[in-house]
Design a protein around this ligand. Structure first.
Ligand SMILES: CC(C)(COP(=O)(O)OP(=O)(O)OC[C@H]1O[C@@H](n2cnc3c(N)ncnc32)[C@H](O)[C@@H]1OP(=O)(O)O)[C@@H](O)C(=O)NCCC(=O)NCCS
Length: 147
């Protein structure tokens, strides 16, 4: 059974395991910080009781929701779980009156950029050498209507 629900502290080890497998670039400390400061935007996907993906969104300003990270364990990708997580965090943003959602993806991450475009995001620009390893980021934006 698939379940999309809010992150709970007991999910932490599994979220960090997926983070390491998928990105391996964020300090686990950030995730606990997000839980403590904006827990509504920290959402997980569970399949048969196992955490297989997560999204972390926070309010960058009153009008702007920002997605910090979105990941689905490779063995569970292409089952619409990433879409369900993205839609769930967008609903949280909509509920608090946000009018735009922004995020960035590595320029080499064609799959992620296609995924976000399919969900209505538009590319808004490139930030050179955004990542620690020198790779540039593609900035993306979605306009949303208040709920
Ligand atoms: C990006 C990511 C979150 C998407 O998660 P996912 O669970 O695979 O997403 P979905 O299954 O909802 O959709 C993925 C793709 O599979 C396709 N798909 C899903 N189910 C399908 C089905 N039943 N039949 C055909 N195609 C299907 C979707 O059309 C989509 O195609 P796209 O690549 O053209 O967008 C995931 O690939 C991931 O974790 N990537 C690594 C981390 C990352 O890049 N994160 C984003 C940057 S923050």
């Amino acid at each position: 059974m698939n379940l999309i629900r809010k992150f709970e502290p007991a999910d932490f080890p599994r979220v960090i395991e997926i983070e390491k497998q998928v990105f391996n670039e964020h300090d686990p400390f950030f995730y606990m910080q997000f839980y403590e400061t904006c827990s509504d935007g920290f959402i997980v996907a569970e399949v048969n009781g196992i955490i297989v993906g997560f999204v972390v969104g926070f309010l960058a300003s009153q009008m702007t929701g920002r997605i910090f990270s979105l990941a689905v364990h490779p063995a569970y990708q292409n089952r619409r779980l990433g879409s369900a997580l993205l839609n769930a965090v967008i609903e949280v943003f909509r509920g608090v009156g946000v009018s735009e959602v922004i995020l960035e993806a590595r320029l080499s991450n064609v799959k992620a950029m296609k995924f976000y475009e399919r969900h209505g995001f538009k590319k808004t620009g490139v930030v050179a050498k955004y990542y620690n390893d020198g790779e540039s980021a593609c900035m993306m934006r979605l306009e949303i209507q208040a709920g």
